[in-house]
Design a protein around this ligand. Structure first.
Ligand code: AMP
Ligand code: ZN
Ligand code: FE
Ligand code: FE
Length: 271
């Protein structure tokens, strides 16, 4: 019995539609799937429809990107009320910020002598726009050989076309998820998940931490399990699957938790 609690669709930077992702989850025998697009819940309705059809349990989720000095922290939100108008408004604001940022990245790429246009980038973005869409446009135009090269040369933090986003803190993200009736979980804590920050976020209502994740070594898993125990957080996990293509670090369902973890998250929502 497996629950993969971290996946992306075309509503952000994944390559599978919500429907196709749910079908793939069913094909792989997953009992529970959480769709956690970056700054968007626009894939949830379609995913739920297909999940109901196939008998997969769908958890409505989201992944919010936040900034901390010199790095970023991602927060997953589960069981969010994706109809909530105030939550949708916040997500819209975050996505508008992504458009501004993508345009600025294109401008910097132009300054480096590459005549990429924003329209070319838009061809790859159906929902929340991000660096992966800029990377795909660069690959398609032949300026780089791969998405990895696009990140390594231009788009990665510290690279010449890297642009900071509008400041949004982990504390704000935790509170926004709670305000939308959701359960906030610290995503891939190798990024910024030091005990002091985790302790601070627990005070704001953090309920879980992503322990099982493609980049985690067995030692990381033990360390984050220990952190979960210390702060009474639900240990979660998922593949961060982005569909076929270079953005997926692992196959759908390759990182997972037992469905008990999903029940624990649901209880954390109430408690
Ligand atoms: P953004 O949300 O625009 O900051 O883009 C972040 C997304 O880009 C992540 O969720 C990954 O899907 C992808 N990404 C980040 N770093 C890399 C990298 N070095 N190579 C490939 N994809 C990356
Ligand atoms: Zn992504
Ligand atoms: Fe992330
Ligand atoms: Fe992700």
């Amino acid at each position: 019995m497996k629950a993969d609690l971290h996946t992306h669709t075309t509503a952000s930077d994944g390559t599978l539609s919500p429907r196709a992702l749910v079908r793939e989850a069913h094909r792989r025998g997953l009992q529970v799937l959480a769709v956690t697009d970056h700054d968007s819940v626009d894939g949830i309705a379609e995913a739920e429809e297909e999940a109901t059809e196939l008998g997969v349990e769908l958890v409505a989720g989201v992944e919010l990107s936040t900034d901390v000095p010199g790095s970023e922290v991602h927060l997953l939100g589960y069981f969010v009320d994706w109809h909530s108008e105030s939550f949708r408004q916040l997500l819209r604001r975050l996505r508008d910020g992504r458009v501004v940022r993508a345009k600025e990245m294109v401008r910097r790429i132009n300054q480096l002598g590459i005549p990429l246009t924003f329209e070319e980038v838009l061809k790859y973005a159906d929902g929340a726009i991000g660096r992966p869409h800029v990377a795909r446009a660069l690959v398609a135009s032949g300026y780089v050989a791969s998405v990895q090269e696009a990140f390594a040369r231009y788009l990665g933090r510290g690279c010449p076309a890297y642009v900071e986003r509008e400041r949004f803190s982990p504390e704000e993200a935790v509170e926004a998820i709670r305000a939308a009736g959701g359960v906030p979980v610290f995503a891939h804590p190798l990024w910024g998940g030091d005990p002091e920050r985790v302790a601070r976020l627990v005070k704001h209502g953090l309920k879980g931490i992503e322990v099982y994740y493609p980049d985690h070594t067995p030692a990381d898993v033990l360390r984050f399990l220990e952190l979960a125990r210390r702060f009474h957080l639900v240990p979660t996990g998922g593949s961060d699957y982005h569909g076929p293509g270079p953005l997926s670090k692992a196959e759908l369902g390759s990182q997972y938790v037992p469905p008990d973890a999903v029940d624990a998250l649901r209880r954390a929502r109430e408690g």
